[in-house]
Write a protein that binds this ligand. Structure first.
Ligand SMILES: Cc1ncc(COP(=O)(O)O)c(C=O)c1O
Length: 491
């Protein structure tokens, strides 16, 4: 296939030489790949508005130097022999002043490569079991969406998302979580992370304070910082966020009340009420991240903050990353009326709207009852994993780990008894060498916290949990005599 390739001749005099140099550079830096067909001399001459002979001279130089080969009747192609010679990507010349990156990016780290690859015994949090994904049913609804009017629509859509999906979400969370919100209040987003981005843009001026849980989920922390907010960590105990410790100046509080990330505790009802009363006194907004509460393995569910709120100051955020797949990048938020218009504008200026085919497919998936059936089915699997994992921890780590009680979601946390933060990090490192991926909550932004581990059971097959924990047991038994290089694999 021939791709239109951009060549600029503006202000140049040696036109053949310029065409030759620009194509050669594109071959060298990999924009034109071996085997790719170059435009014919006639096409390129017409596109550049030059004589055909000008292009022919350039092509002859490329052929003579081995950058291109020609096959009679088929055209001119980038040579295959160049692959080995290709230099690495352009490096910065030291004499050139580089554009300035904002300092905040120095303080933000990407997850290390190990985080994306996992391990044979994969206890990473945030991951689900792709083999449980309902591929066949999903293919069917996507195929339907591809035939539907969304496909025929040629323009952009309103920012809040596909109406059928907003209605389906509103019904679903009304039934499963007693969240009250009409389709008008729902905005479809690219996952939780974008919902938080939008709401932060709506609420926070640079320098404004947002309170987050400490320990807590790091991606939002980084996001708020990147947007110029002052992020203040507030401790969490066995009842959830310690409301008395909230900074009075906070304009917003980001919490995970159903299943605190990473400790796993549920916020008690009295704390929920206290948090809402605090928010009312301080005219603050509460952002409720309800990321994995569809999976509950016992105990009575507590009412979401959104349901308890009578003053319209809770933004409820949900995601399909746990119930379906994180790679779908589909989530939503239910916003109180006072924030709705600004949230629509913020979504609009961010990315216009979420991809419509996926929205339309998901709407149908929910409406047909396939989503509810899927949740029931995978809940049984995750419940079994929760049971196997927690029983084995209680049985085999009696002297080492204190499990934090938790009956929701896809991970559990455990404090390491008598271990230091360095020790627990070293155990995680050693476990990784033995094929076991676990996360620790030992440090937040480099400051030592509790010596604790987090074990996710979304990704690991039930049958592999036992062997994974036996290997982890070995790491505790070995006592980690030396501290290997610390590998940061927290989130
Ligand atoms: C606390 C918390 N919120 C939300 C998410 C999901 O984020 P997203 O919807 O952006 O995939 C996760 C995933 O691990 C999480 O741990």
């Amino acid at each position: 296939m021939t791709m239109a390739f951009h060549i600029s001749l503006v202000g140049r005099s040696d036109l053949s030489g310029e065409i030759y140099r620009q194509i050669r550079q594109a071959i060298l830096d990999g924009r034109l790949r071996p085997g790719e067909r170059l435009s014919s001399t006639r096409e390129l001459a017409a596109a550049l508005m030059v004589a055909r002979s000008t292009v022919t001279v350039a092509y002859e130089s490329l052929l003579a130097e081995g950058f291109a080969t020609s096959h009679t009747g088929a055209g001119t192609f980038v040579s295959h022999q160049l692959e080995a010679k290709r230099p690495a990507s352009k490096t910065r010349r030291s004499t050139v002043r580089a554009p300035q990156v904002r300092g905040v990016w120095e303080t933000i780290t990407l997850p290390p490569p190990a985080f994306f690859h996992g391990a044979p015994f994969d206890f990473r949090t945030g991951f689900t079991d792709a083999s449980l994904f309902p591929h066949r049913a999903w293919r069917r609804v996507v195929a339907r969406a591809l035939r539907s009017r969304e496909m025929a629509a040629s323009g952009y859509e309103p920012p809040a998302g596909n109406w059928e999906l907003r209605a389906a979400i509103s019904r679903h969370i009304g039934i499963s979580r007693s969240v009250s919100g009409s389709p008008d209040d729902v905005i479809v987003t690219n996952g939780t992370q974008q919902a938080l981005d939008i709401i932060a843009r709506v609420l926070l001026e640079p320098g404004d304070v947002i309170a987050v849980e400490d320990p807590g989920y790091r991606p939002p922390r980084y996001l708020f910082k990147a947007l110029g907010a002052r992020v203040i960590g507030v401790p969490v105990d066995s009842e959830g966020l310690v409301v008395e410790a909230l900074p009075a100046e906070a304009k917003a509080v980001y919490v995970t009340p159903s299943h605190q990330y990473p400790l796993g505790v549920a916020m008690s009802l009295s704390r929920r009420r206290a948090l809402l009363a605090w928010a009312e006194r301080h005219n603050a907004v509460v952002i409720e991240d309800d990321y994995d509460s569809e999976f509950r393995f016992g105990g009575r569910p507590l009412e979401p903050l959104q349901t308890l709120d009578s003053t319209g100051r809770v933004v409820y955020v949900g995601t399909f990353s746990k119930t379906l797949l994180p790679t779908l990048r589909l989530g939503f938020m239910v916003v109180p009326p006072s924030l709705r218009e600004a949230a629509h504008k913020a979504k609009h200026v961010t990315d216009w709207h979420t991809a419509t085919i996926a929205q339309s497919a998901l709407a149908r998936f929910i409406d047909e009852g396939a989503f509810a059936r899927h949740i029931r089915k995978v809940s049984r699997t995750y419940s079994e994993r929760h049971e196997v994992l927690t029983a084995a921890i209680k049985r085999n780590f009696v002297d080492d780990l204190d499990l934090v009680p938790s009956s929701t979601g896809l991970h559990v946390a455990a404090y390491a008894r008598g271990a230091s933060v360095d020790h627990i990090d070293a155990i995680a490192s050693r476990a990784f060498d033995l094929g076991v991926a676990i996360q620790t909550i030992s440090r937040v932004d480099g400051t030592p916290q509790a010596a604790a581990i987090v074990l996710g059971y979304g990704a690991i097959e039930t049958a592999r949990i036992g062997e994974g924990l036996r290997r982890l047991r070995r790491c505790f038994d070995e006592g980690v005599p030396r501290l290997p290089k610390r590998r940061d694999r927290r989130r």
